[in-house]
Design a protein around this ligand. Structure first.
Ligand code: MLT
Length: 264
């Protein structure tokens, strides 16, 4: 892993592959750059892949207090600036997608294209906001391990819990390693994020929306939108919320196909 201090925040990141054609992969809540371990070798022969540990996660700084999607997106924008990368294609898994939307909304000129992977441009429902507060309370009272043990099984398609037990364990171990104050800060950031559906059409960029057939966290109906010429929508067959682990080849093909569509 590489390390960069951006505006006082230390961000660790993987940097694989070479060339001017850069893609950035953002992981989801209680994950890390290692969520993308199976996808990076499939994309890095074609693209330079920058894969950060987001604020509050992995080895990156995890300050105390509520975060915002803007702050988390600024970490990514600052990292790209520090690496002298003027333009990239940005893909976010779930929470990473919420961060991508904030980055693209404010700085479309820094991107060639972007994608939401098992994510949504909708804000949390009222019930969802309540669940965030419960998550914070569980993390603070029972600890990150109990919280992650409750969360991770729901991330995978039910049929994969046994057949991909090694990947379920990996997702749990990455979750256990999340600093509790980082998980709390990020949960509160997700709770306070606004609806950003207009970014899908207002940003003058090609957009990928990818959904897992069996995603129980962000169902396809919350990922997909009305057909628009700039938007490409794909279902990853058989996958739950974790296609980067459950179906890495299919996801890599979807991303590569989208980048051809986007003429990147
Ligand atoms: C994630 O995987 O990042 C989270 O499940 C997203 C969410 O809870 O909205």
């Amino acid at each position: 892993m590489n390390k960069q201090v951006c505006e006082g925040t230390t961000i660790y990141y993987a940097d694989e592959g070479k060339g001017d054609n850069v893609i950035v992969l953002l992981h989801g809540f209680c994950g890390s750059s290692a969520y993308w371990d199976d996808v990076i070798p499939l994309l890095s022969p074609h693209y330079r892949c920058i894969v950060p540990d987001l604020r509050g996660h992995g080895q990156s700084d995890a300050p105390k207090g509520a975060y915002s999607m803007e702050e988390m997106a600024d970490d990514v924008l600052n990292l790209l600036q520090a690496l002298d990368i003027a333009k990239a294609s940005l893909f976010g898994h779930s929470m990473g997608g919420y961060i991508a939307l904030s980055a693209v909304q404010r700085h479309p000129e820094r991107f060639n294209a972007f994608g939401l992977i098992h994510s949504t441009a909708h804000e949390d429902t009222e019930e969802g906001k309540e669940k965030r507060l419960k998550a914070v309370s569980t993390i603070e009272t029972e600890g990150i391990t109990a919280f992650v043990d409750g969360m991770v099984p729901g991330l995978f398609a039910p049929q994969h819990l046994d057949s991909m037990a090694d990947k379920v364990i990996k997702a749990k171990e990455l979750g256990y390693a999340t600093p509790p104050q980082g998980a709390v800060g990020a949960a509160l950031a997700m709770r306070s994020r606004p609806d950003r559906r207009d970014v899908l059409t207002a940003a003058p960029l090609p957009v990928l929306l990818a959904a897992g057939e069996h995603d129980q966290v962000v169902p396809a109906a919350r990922t997909f939108t009305a057909d628009k010429p700039n938007i490409r929508q794909s279902v990853i067959g058989g996958a739950g919320h974790m296609s980067m682990m459950e179906a890495p080849r299919e996801l890599a093909e979807v991303i590569k196909g989208f980048l051809v569509f986007a003429a990147v």
